[in-house]
Design a protein around this ligand. Structure first.
Ligand SMILES: NC(=O)c1ccc[n+]([C@@H]2O[C@H](COP(=O)([O-])OP(=O)(O)OC[C@H]3O[C@@H](n4cnc5c(N)ncnc54)[C@H](OP(=O)(O)O)[C@@H]3O)[C@@H](O)[C@H]2O)c1
Length: 283
């Protein structure tokens, strides 16, 4: 069976979590997708999941590429080879990344570098390589940051700093491409996943209880990845610049923007409330 999907999307970090949910949503909206991640086994599994979940999808509509996005030279060479095969690129989604837990009082410089490599430089490499091809088709570039990119939160400083860099870089891409390219920054709160609450347990040992929780105890319900993927796909169609979920956190972001002192007080109050809570929906 030949493909009827004409638009081409690359999803960096597409082998699991939100990236995989976005890839599934894009397939239903007429995109051929290429998933990029490091582990070939997980890429193969993701490809199988997508082909099974959308019956009738030809194998050629779901490609996989095993690349470390933090390695600029490999990214450039792989993207060029892949572009030569596909002949076009309409959408790049950077859903690559990882979080961490730490205290600013126990500095771990290696962790800061690792977060910048995994979350920031990976996004810079893929975005800058893809930019000329995206501009050719007035395409879209989507970078997934986090709420912590817009408002500080305790126990995740290296993660928040790397994502704040992503947010600033993304806003600059929008400014400098002068409307030729659609650039979307996504700042979601904690997203539901099977290992939520245990993923960073080791790094969080010795820190406050809230550090062990999803989103380091952010007082919001975890989001469904499929719902987030749908919102992102719709925002791409409408060429919107920014998505922040859940909506109510915009108030916290606004508070920090207006008054750092009041914003910090509010964030700490919310964290304390989480520490004392026995009925936290994120537990
Ligand atoms: N989960 C949340 O609660 C949450 C909340 C807000 C924002 N976010 C952001 O949303 C995005 C997706 O998060 P997630 O929790 O869904 O992630 P995830 O399930 O851990 O998936 C991360 C993906 O990125 C790939 N990846 C990681 N490092 C890579 C590298 N150096 N080069 C290429 N691929 C790499 C992973 O595959 P390999 O390991 O095989 O490379 C995987 O496909 C991230 O940017 C994250 O910061 C997540």
């Amino acid at each position: 069976m030949g493909t009827t999907r004409s638009k081409v999307a690359w999803v960096v970090g597409g082998s699991s979590g939100l990236g995989l949910a976005i890839a599934a949503e894009l397939l239903t909206r007429g995109f051929r997708v290429t998933l990029m991640a490091r582990d070939p086994g997980r890429l193969e599994q993701a490809q199988r999941i997508l082909l099974e979940s959308i019956p009738g999808t030809p194998l050629t509509d779901v490609a996989t590429v095993a690349v470390d996005a933090a390695d600029s030279e490999t990214v450039a060479a792989t993207f060029a080879a892949h572009y030569a095969r596909c002949g076009r690129l309409d959408l790049l989604v950077n859903a690559v990344g990882q979080s961490c837990r730490s205290s600013v009082l126990q500095p771990n410089f290696a962790q800061y570098r690792q977060m910048m490599d995994a979350n920031f430089f990976s996004v810079v490499h893929t975005s800058l390589v893809a930019l000329p091809w995206l501009l050719e088709h007035r395409g879209s570039l989507v970078n997934i940051a986090t709420l912590a990119a817009k408002t500080p939160w305790p126990w995740i400083a290296p993660y928040g700093a790397s994502k704040a860099a992503v947010a600033n870089f993304t806003d600059n891409l929008r400014l400098e491409t002068g409307g030729q390219l659609h650039v979307l920054l996504v700042c979601p709160g904690p997203i539901k996943r099977d290992d939520a609450g245990t993923r960073y347990a080791e790094q969080a040992s010795g820190l406050s209880d809230s550090a062990k929780k999803p989103g380091a105890g952010a007082p919001v319900s975890a989001l469904c990845p499929r719902w987030v993927a749908k919102q992102i796909a719709t925002a791409i169609e409408r060429r919107r610049p920014l998505l922040v979920f859940p909506w109510k956190v915009r108030l916290l972001i606004l508070t920090h923007a207006i008054s750092s002192r009041f914003g910090a007080w509010l964030s700490l109050r919310l964290t304390r409330r989480q520490r004392g809570s026995q009925t936290n929906p994120l537990n």
